[in-house]
Design a binder for this molecule. Structure first.
Ligand code: ARG
Length: 462
């Protein structure tokens, strides 16, 4: 237990906190991850104080030097973090006092830990938006490379996980490129909205010192200062938007991961994962497990959990700052770490995986996958209403099922027994290659359309 009161705010305190109080209150165990942002914020603040004549140039220079020393101590693992000093802000300031003495006490002029933590955390989350953007771009590139290799490889397309219609491998890969592109734009939107500096809001009401908030905003790469000091210290929307974007992105990752788990199973064999992305079993020698895909599938749990946790922390909090808000950081740190790891693992798996083209094609050719093509032929060539064509095709599927064969294996006589107008050229549309080639509508699965989209993405991802 600390006996003496806190050197930062202990003026009116006779004794230090209870040990449990210190344990529940301290955030240094996790907010040390904000060290670089904290020091950047303090440097901008000190430079502004000097430019405005609030501290002397000499003091500001001593502060700047001291902060740089602290940054290198932290980066070099030589900094001693103290729980008694609660958080990163007070740890840095106390060390600054050791290093430079009295001028350290002037750094906190016109500032509070409330705007300090708000600016630090925003800088950190902003960096994560940039990291997510870069990681998503890399994943999209890996998917486009897969799409390009197999723009015309035929595979089954599913609805309800039942064979629906043949599609192309390239088309399936590009479906995820679309999702990840929307994820990127969500991170970009969030970044744009969060890019305002809360520094200078001070405790909550602003300050009587003649500060220049535009100066610090610019120095820290923000577009502008925030406009309302009360909102500035109590807003955590930026972290929530990051978590929301991360949740949707992780949801997309989990869907693809699930497909990879299914596709790499012995029952499907659509893809082979490389050794680098598989694990074995300690008891079953034949096993080759897609653990990375399974873990990516599971990461959504932590990320979505963080989103719910922070929403719950913020819900019902009166303005402005409350210590509840210290609970924002661990959730966001964990979610960001999980997302980056999942994105990197997915990119590695996608780059290394090999599609089994014969198996894809064989699967595409089974399950009456060209039944819709047959129905469409009846509409186009025999002018049947689509509903009637659907019925005739259904009867033909039943005949094939009865004979234990697929639609292209029926004889013309089998077909004509159901509808006498059917001609021999119907067989042209029953092959899977013809089926996919015919789906040329914009956004369709035909290889020509897929190649157009590949060209568009390659240009966009340059
Ligand atoms: N460690 C605190 C947090 O993360 C910093 C702000 C503390 N402010 C205060 N008034 N006690 O939220």
């Amino acid at each position: 237990m600390t006996k003496t009161s806190n050197q930062m705010w202990g003026g009116r305190f006779a004794s230090g906190p209870d040990a449990i109080m210190e344990a529940i209150n301290a955030s240094i165990g996790f907010d040390k991850r904000l060290a670089a942002q904290d020091i950047a914020g303090s440097r901008a603040h000190a430079a502004m104080l000097a430019a405005q004549g609030i501290v002397t140039d000499k003091d500001a220079e001593a502060i700047r030097e001291g902060l740089l020393t602290i940054l290198s101590e932290i980066e070099g693992g030589k900094f001693e973090f103290s729980t008694a000093l609660e958080d990163i802000h007070m740890n840095v300031e106390a060390r600054l006092k050791d290093l430079i003495g009295a001028p350290a006490g002037r750094l906190h002029t016109a500032r509070s830990r409330n705007d300090q933590v708000a600016v630090d955390f925003r800088l950190w989350v902003r960096d994560q938006c940039d990291a997510a953007d870069a990681a998503l771009a890399a994943l999209m590139q890996a998917l486009v490379a897969q799409a390009e290799a197999g723009a015309d490889w035929v595979m089954p397309g599913f609805t309800h996980l039942q064979t629906a219609q043949p599609v192309t491998w390239g088309h399936h890969m590009l479906a995820y490129v679309e999702m990840f592109a929307r994820d990127r734009s969500r991170f970009a939107d969030a970044r744009r909205r969060m890019n305002e500096s809360p520094l200078g809001a001070a405790a909550l009401a602003g300050t009587s010192f003649p500060i220049d908030r535009h100066f610090t905003a610019k120095a820290l790469g923000f577009d502008r200062p925030t406009a309302n000091s009360l909102d500035s210290v109590s807003d955590r929307d930026f972290a929530l938007e990051f978590l929301a974007a991360s949740s949707i992105c992780a949801m997309h990752l989990s869907r693809f991961a699930e497909e990879l788990v299914i596709w790499s199973s012995a029952q499907f064999r659509f893809v082979a994962m490389s050794d680098r992305w598989s694990t074995g079993s300690s008891i079953m020698p034949q096993k080759r497990n897609p653990d990375a895909a399974e873990l990516i599938r599971a990461k959504i749990g932590r990320i979505f959990g963080a989103n719910v946790a922070l929403m719950t922390v913020m819900k019902g909090l009166p303005l402005t700052y409350s210590k509840d808000m210290q609970e924002d950081k661990e959730q966001v740190f964990d979610a960001a770490d999980s997302l980056m790891l999942a994105l990197a693992a997915m990119t590695g798996m996608v780059s290394d995986m090999t599609a089994n083209r014969p198996n894809l094609k064989a699967a595409a050719s089974s399950g009456f996958s060209t039944a819709t093509d047959l129905a469409d032929w009846l509409v186009r060539e025999l002018n049947l209403p689509f509903r009637d064509a659907h019925h005739v095709t259904g009867s033909l599927v039943a005949v094939a099922e009865g004979k234990g064969c697929d639609l292209p294996d029926l004889t013309l006589a089998d077909m004509q027994a159901i509808h006498e107008g059917i001609r021999g050229d119907v067989f042209d549309v029953l092959g899977v290659e013809n089926s996919v080639a015919s789906r040329m509508s914009y956004g369709g699965t035909a290889p020509v359309r897929v190649r157009e989209q590949i060209a568009r993405w390659k240009e966009a991802l340059k």
